[in-house]
Design a protein around this ligand. Structure first.
Ligand SMILES: Cc1cc2nc3c(=O)[nH]c(=O)nc-3n(C[C@H](O)[C@H](O)[C@H](O)COP(=O)(O)OP(=O)(O)OC[C@H]3O[C@@H](n4cnc5c(N)ncnc54)[C@H](O)[C@@H]3O)c2cc1C
Length: 307
């Protein structure tokens, strides 16, 4: 029986594990893919925006987080998806695709990157349409359409362009939502931007060959031949997983109290799945805060009473 079973080895889950190890609580972190979360899965190549870590890529920062956790004796299990959580007389049992783990408490830190938002237009299931950019250098000489206007779209379009792709960006509004510094970098590249433009349909024989776009102000339709398409229009929380567990939601997020506890006593939630900005700093902070909450929950220390 661990003190804590943490589901998700992104910055939130790893921070929770490291910080609970400082408090001498035992934990196991389970991840369905690879430890590192979005940093390793969605932007391993990118120089992250994270205070104090300039010029560090997503992959490098993920490796630092993982090493920090391992050096503090945290057990990390990779390649196992948590499917269910059962309430026991004492604590919980987390059932994964391969095993089950018992914990006095559970921390949900599953992020949202596993479920990218889709456009839901015809042809979106064709090959060559992606929701993550793993290797910006792999598209040199290719004609690529990027859909979206937030930081992911703008940063990925910039990286593709700087690495020799012919880049087009379609955004449904007449201005980007991305941070100004990211916009400025994109505007310096050769990328062509279609403002007020949406995708009507993807066309191709097995693989995407052409995109039918339309201007949502004028109604004008036009076609663009492409080799690849990247859709970056955000991610959505896999609500069913939480609802099935009986966890109360707050809109599209998991509802937590000031101790990051859900409506189920002993089950906590942190990181991108809770309301607020979606940044590494928030995930890391919530990992630290939940460590103290769990210590209070399990040990009932004198200092926890007036917190
Ligand atoms: C393209 C992109 C660029 C970004 N750039 C920045 C940046 O420069 N600076 C910044 O501060 N933020 C950035 N972010 C946001 C930042 O990465 C997230 O806010 C942060 O990773 C959230 O951490 P998390 O631990 O909550 O979730 P995640 O990092 O998403 O980690 C969750 C982990 O849980 C795993 N998981 C999910 N479901 C299960 C399950 N059922 N069982 C087991 N494991 C599961 C996932 O596979 C994943 O590994 C960026 C995000 C994206 C998509």
């Amino acid at each position: 029986m661990y003190d804590i079973v943490i589901i998700g080895a992104g910055p939130a889950g790893l921070s929770a594990a490291v910080n609970t190890s400082f408090l001498k609580l035992t934990s196991v972190v389970i991840d369905d893919t690879q430890a590192g979360g979005a940093l390793i899965q969605a932007y391993p190549w990118k120089k992250v925006d994270y205070f104090g870590f300039y010029e560090v890529s997503g992959k490098e920062l993920a490796e630092i987080f993982v090493e920090h956790a391992r050096k503090n004796g945290v057990e990390i299990i990779e390649g196992e998806e948590a499917l269910d959580i059962k309430k026991l007389d004492e604590g919980f049992e987390v059932i994964t695709t391969k095993n089950s783990y018992k914990g006095k408490t559970v921390v949900l830190a599953t992020g949202i990157i596993g479920t990218p938002r889709h456009l839901n237009v015809k042809g979106e299931d064709l090959e060559g349409i992606y929701y993550y950019l793993k290797d910006p250098e792999g598209y040199r000489g290719k004609k690529v359409l990027v859909v979206g206007g937030g930081d992911s779209a703008v940063e990925n379009a910039t990286a593709l362009s700087l690495n020799g792709a012919e880049v087009y960006v379609a955004h449904r509004r007449d201005e980007f939502r991305a941070m100004v510094k990211n916009q400025e970098r994109l505007f310096k590249t050769n990328a062509k931007i279609f403002w007020n433009t949406e995708v009507k349909e993807f066309v191709g024989n097995k693989k995407v060959e052409e995109v039918i776009l339309f201007n949502n102000k004028t109604g004008e339709e036009f076609e663009l031949e492409v080799d690849n398409v990247f859709i970056f229009i955000g991610s959505v929380l896999k609500k069913e997983f939480f609802q099935r567990l009986g966890i109360e939601m707050e809109g599209n997020f998991v509802k937590v109290n000031k101790d990051f506890m859900t409506n189920i006593p002993g089950v906590f939630a942190i990181g991108d799945i809770t309301p607020g900005i979606k940044r590494i700093s928030k995930a890391v902070y919530e990992g630290e805060a939940v460590a103290f909450s769990i210590f209070k929950f399990l040990k009932n220390p004198y200092w926890g009473k007036n917190d």
